[in-house]
Design a protein around this ligand. Structure first.
Ligand code: XMP
Length: 520
């Protein structure tokens, strides 16, 4: 993984903490660029003059399990200020000659820490109080301080909760200042970056816009770039960014798979071609997709067929454009970070099932990935800066295989039409009731089950509609949204009364895990 060498930064060395990305986001919120690199990847020669400070993250390891991490301690002897957080604090102490041992009292959750000495790191942190609540999550702790270090704050169970060597500018905190549970946590991070590392503000989405547009121009020159546009947030922001940078040299390809939501293709064409004047190639491949999916009910087969056909169509149109040299993709920063390799848990690999993943190798195209250093919330703000509508920016995620994976069993045109209507009513009701933005993702699905109902004096025998609405941070875990009874009753009535083909509605209350967000 290469580091961006154009901006001064705070480098975060990741030891596998679930909060590492949060540290980077906090620093960026303060207006300073920050980058994450795994402890496995960092080399001494990565430390260049753009690195104004280093943060060692927390992690699940024990500092004596040396085989599980290979960290060159020379990295932190370069005269650059260092802040160690939790495991980072322990490793910093150990490297400098201190000792770490398993604590008698493991601390998980809130603890009070009290001030022992004045320090630049804690300026305005205690705000005149004796103690402050912080978030702890550790089993080991520093048991002997290294030479020339002193204690600046302690908790009941962690004598060395905050320590410093002010001459070397090494600081260690046993708690997590990056989490919101820690009172005034942001002040610690701010003091470290501004008072100790003395960095200047260099990060805002506004100046990123200008920088990214320039970088795209530098990278692609007057060559042609293609981009698969889905109408989702990431591909929309990429498309608009490239549109601003290279105008008609950008060719966006939007494939109507026949598995889109109601009016989606019309909205995409209207927005991108007519309003934003983006060079858009609209491909109506509805029949091709539905033919290929005929009599297929296996979820993985559906996904494969759709993915392969998508690539084929994309290639077909890319060839027609001729002399294309680049492919633009909406890879985000979390897709790039391999930080979780230590814990073995997955990072937000939502993109891994992305449709165009297999394209570049086959087509020998170079990648343009302008969002690769951005977090999702930054991409959203960038989109607004680029005059994309709030509607595009706050859209719920929609999977590449579309309605096919929200329709277990066989896919027919009739079923798609029924599902489209149900989904339309559900999403409209969420928007009308001010619920859409409170929910991470919501959709209707059509189950391959018919049940008996009664409407007027007639018996009905129709499909079952499942509604799913979840809250989530990143799609990796999710919880169902707790609607009021009146809302769920209203939408159930609306769907059953308005749509021929559905006579029963159920609400999915499973979380992820053990379920997934989509049905297939
Ligand atoms: P699951 O069902 O795995 O979904 O819990 C997690 C998130 O990923 C989205 N998803 C996809 N996105 N192509 C995509 O671009 C896909 O094939 C795909 N499958 C699932 C899903 O909508 C949810 O937001």
């Amino acid at each position: 993984m290469s580091l961006d060498q154009s901006l001064d930064k705070i480098l975060i060395i990741d030891f596998g903490s679930q909060f590492t990305q949060l540290i980077a986001r906090r620093i960026r919120e303060l207006g300073v660029f920050s980058e994450i690199i795994s402890h496995k990847k960092i080399k001494k020669n990565n430390i260049d003059k753009t690195i104004k400070g280093i943060i060692l993250s927390g992690g699940p390891l024990n500092v004596y399990e040396i085989k599980k991490y290979s960290f060159d301690s020379k990295i932190i002897q370069e005269g650059i200020p260092v802040l160690g957080i939790c495991f980072g604090h322990q490793i910093l102490s150990k490297i400098n000659g201190g000792r770490v041992k398993q604590s008698k009292h493991r601390e998980f959750g809130l603890a009070n820490i009290s001030k022992k000495k004045n320090s630049l790191l804690t300026k305005k942190f205690f705000k005149g109080k004796n103690s402050v609540k912080v978030w702890m999550s550790h089993a080991d702790q520093v048991s002997k301080l290294p030479k020339n270090f002193r204690v600046i704050a302690s908790s009941q169970n962690s004598k060395f909760a905050m320590v410093e060597n002010q001459y070397k500018k090494f600081y260690g905190v046993q708690f997590h200042p990056e989490v919101t549970h820690t009172e005034n946590g942001k002040i610690i991070i701010s003091n470290f970056i501004f008072l100790i590392c003395k960095v200047k503000k260099n990060w805002s989405v506004k100046n990123q816009k200008i920088k990214l547009i320039k970088e795209i121009r530098d990278q692609v020159g007057n060559k042609k770039v293609i981009c698969a546009l889905s109408g989702g947030v990431d591909s929309s922001v990429v498309a608009q960014l490239l549109n601003k940078a290279i105008g008609k040299k950008l060719y966006c390809i939007f494939v109507n798979t026949g598995l889109l939501r109601k009016n989606e293709e019309k909205q995409v064409v209207e927005t991108f071609r007519r309003k934003l004047k983006i060079n858009l190639i609209y491909v109506n491949a509805e029949n091709e997709f539905l033919n290929k999916l005929k009599n297929i009910s296996d979820p993985e087969k559906k996904r494969k067929i759709i993915g392969n056909l998508f690539i084929k169509i994309f290639e077909r149109y890319a060839k027609k454009i001729k002399d294309v040299k680049f492919l633009a993709q909406g890879t985000l920063y979390p897709d790039l970070i391999e930080s979780k390799s230590v814990t073995g848990s997955q990072t937000s690999k939502i993109k891994s099932h992305h449709n165009v993943g297999g394209l570049p190798k086959k087509m020998k195209l170079k990648l343009v990935e302008p969002l690769k250093f951005l977090f999702k919330d930054e991409v959203r703000r960038l989109g607004l800066e680029l005059s994309l509508s709030k509607e595009i920016i706050s859209r719920h995620p929609f999977p590449g295989p579309g309605l096919a994976i929200r329709m277990p069993g066989f896919i027919t045109k009739n079923k798609i039409n029924i599902l489209r209507e149900a989904d339309f009513y559900f999403i409209k009701a969420l928007k009308d009731h001010g619920l859409y933005d409170k929910i991470w993702q919501a959709y209707a699905a059509l189950l391959p089950v018919k049940t008996v109902g009664v409407m007027g004096d007639n018996r009905t025998y129709e499909y079952l509609c499942l509604l799913r609405a979840i809250t989530s941070e990143d799609g990796m875990t999710a919880d169902f949204y707790d609607f009021k009874k009146t809302f769920i009753q209203m939408i159930s009535n609306k769907i059953v009364n308005s749509i021929r083909g559905i006579n029963r509605v159920v609400y999915d209350v499973t979380s992820k895990p053990p379920s997934t967000i989509e049905l297939e």
